[in-house]
Design a protein around this ligand. Sequence first.
Ligand code: SAM
Length: 381
Amino acid sequence: MTISQFSCSGIELALFRYPKQQESNLQAWDAADEHLIKMLVESQQQPLNTAIINDSFGALQCALTSINPTWPLMVETDAKTSLLGAKQNLADNQLNTDNIRYFNSRDLLPQSIQLVLMKLPKNLSYFAHQLQRLSQILPQGTQVFIAAKAKSINKSILTTIEQNLGSASASLTWKKTRVITCISDGNKRSLPQSVTWKVAELGLSMSNLSNVFAANKLDIGARIMLDNMPTGEFSSVIDLGCGNGILGLRAAQLYPQAQIHFVDDSEMAIESSRINWQANHPDANRATFHWDDCLTHLDNVTPDLVLCNPPFHQGEAITDHIAWQMFLDAYRKLSPGGILHVVGNRHLAYHVKIKRIFKNCHTIASNGKFVILQAKKQAVN
Ligand SMILES: C[S@@+](CC[C@H](N)C(=O)[O-])C[C@H]1O[C@@H](n2cnc3c(N)ncnc32)[C@H](O)[C@@H]1O
């Protein structure tokens, strides 16, 4: 059973992941969140203009707002599930949201930030990018607290912080976590260029922003998918969990009549897909882009093909609950006779889930590591 009762330094909250109903028993916060909150409460931190970065499901926003409902918060997130989860938890705990402003990971951050609370993300290129973004706006001397599992903090993390923002030192360990204190040095760093590479045999030129899956080369799962795309004529195709959009771009080549819908939880992935569409396809009207949690808000789309290379982790947690949600959403959205076409690691046994939902599932191709699975939504007689 999932524990949802958050209790730390006198703050009591009920916190859930997003979506609330999910096939996982993962918690909506971790000990690194508690460490940051404990530190702020013990030092009697005053409510300065505070940036919160990588707050998984809003634990930090809820805690600070319950300490002081007028605490001005500027929240940066790349993940739609994080944004929706924070809003859900703030509402469920009846907390004031009037002083919270949201930013994605490409928006210009306000110059008025006086304090930064950050969770260390899994992707370290993205982390360096976030520090560079902060370096562009933080005055010299601003405190930046970065919390993480103690085992994730090493010399190279401290060097990354020092190179990209300012001096850094780590606290003692508490509940197997540490908080790094960085003091910004006031020097602006330039932002990274997106990584560009080619899939020569398909004539595609790809580029990835810093938090996009498969940073600088084709993913091996995507490769086997590209070699085994469905045959037929399709009119509406969803690239579900599109990353840089490689599967949807290939679908646009193979099915010239099809409208292609790119969907991802990561705003940077959606932006990369848009950039890659513009670089590879002249017809802007054939593509639409959706920053969404699976297919939650795709109201007017009825695909006849869903292409999917599902994620098998969320942040630090290894989980297949997002794959589950993707298969369920695909089933709900597909037109009768429509097809779900999936690539996955063989050991993840996606065929069991797909068969439960679609009542059919065929192996189209496989190699030592991956399988391509296909299921058809049966037409109702
Ligand atoms: C394994 S990658 C596949 C990327 C790309 N389609 C490829 O084949 O290279 C999975 C993608 O799913 C996205 N994702 C994770 N959770 C999601 C969710 N809840 N809704 C939509 N997309 C999600 C990730 O951001 C990531 O881009």
